[in-house]
Design a binder for this molecule. Structure first.
Ligand code: GLU
Length: 286
């Protein structure tokens, strides 16, 4: 098998040391195995994506010594694929429209009968306010969010699992299984299509990893808790599950994860200061 890895940045700010590390991990893994490294521009959030950041991503990555096949998959060019995936989930009775805003969800989740609100990969686990007793009929609705009916989804898939060759935040590695009871209580009915986007990070990443034939997903351990969602969606959509390799996060001297707006640690700033690509590798411990 020829392995394929990817780096999937969002063009919403400058790439910093954390991005350089993520990109190099993916690139090095592909190189070491004689495989391919692919790039993907994750720009579904069009309110924050900017062409100049996309141009800077290409420039910084080339400077770091990376190359990749073109054309690059840009998510905003791929909305039709997400709509097709939504159609499949909708037709299978796995989605329902949701009209709640954040405030409604926080209020419903903290109602006395609900106990303490549980926080999942996407914030408070949805208390189910809009969930219908039977799957909605008719065409896919627009102008609202669409949520996954987790109980129905799990009834189709049963337990889901994946192979982890890196580690989650608590050192989780090897075969990682998520049992249905945990998925229900700790993840719940996640948003598959946001009202303002027509998709979500989770759906887009799953559709795109399959479209790009990614065999090994390398990414930060902050996304480890989202992986069961991705594996579940792969099963529901009949897509292959790649191997996952979650890596450490690059932190500042106070132990805080680098933020998007950390201009002082932007690759562009180090370049301007005269550092070489090898210096960046050293700084991130590669
Ligand atoms: N676009 C995501 C980010 O910038 C990465 C998604 C992924 O690697 O699955 O954090």
């Amino acid at each position: 098998m020829t392995i394929r890895t990817r780096f999937a940045p969002s063009p919403t700010g400058p790439l910093h040391l954390g991005h350089a590390f993520a990109a190099l991990v993916a690139f090095d893994m592909a190189q070491a195995a004689g495989g391919r490294f692919l790039l993907r521009i994750e720009d579904i959030d069009q309110s924050r994506a900017r062409p100049q950041w996309e141009a800077q991503i290409y420039d910084d990555l080339h400077w770091l010594g990376l190359d990749w096949p073109t054309p690059v998959l840009r998510q905003s060019d791929n909305m039709k694929s997400y709509a097709e995936a939504i159609d499949i989930l909708w037709t299978n009775g796995l989605l329902y429209p949701c009209h709640c805003n954040r405030r409604d969800i926080a209020a419903a989740a903290s109602a006395p009968q609900e106990g303490t609100p549980v926080t999942g990969p996407d914030g408070i686990v949805y208390p189910g306010t809009c969930r219908p007793a039977t799957p909605p009929a008719g065409p896919v609705p627009s102008g609202c969010a669409l949520r996954l009916d987790m109980a129905r989804a799990l009834a189709r898939t049963g337990p889901v699992g994946f192979d982890e060759t890196g580690a989650g935040p608590d050192g989780e590695t090897g075969r990682i299984a998520t049992d249905p009871a945990t998925a229900l209580s700790a993840i719940g009915d996640i948003v598959i299509a946001r009202r303002d986007m027509g998709t979500s990070y989770h759906l887009a990443v799953v559709v795109d990893d399959a479209a790009q034939g990614i065999t090994h997903v390398t990414r930060g351990s902050d996304l480890f808790s989202a992986t069961p969602i991705h594996v579940l969606l792969q099963r529901l959509l009949g897509l292959p599950t790649p191997v996952y390799h979650h890596h450490r996060l690059i932190r500042d001297e106070t132990g805080k994860r680098l933020a998007k707006r950390d201009d002082a640690r932007a690759i562009a700033a180090y370049r301007a200061a005269g550092l070489a690509p090898g210096d960046i590798r050293n700084m991130v411990g590669l």
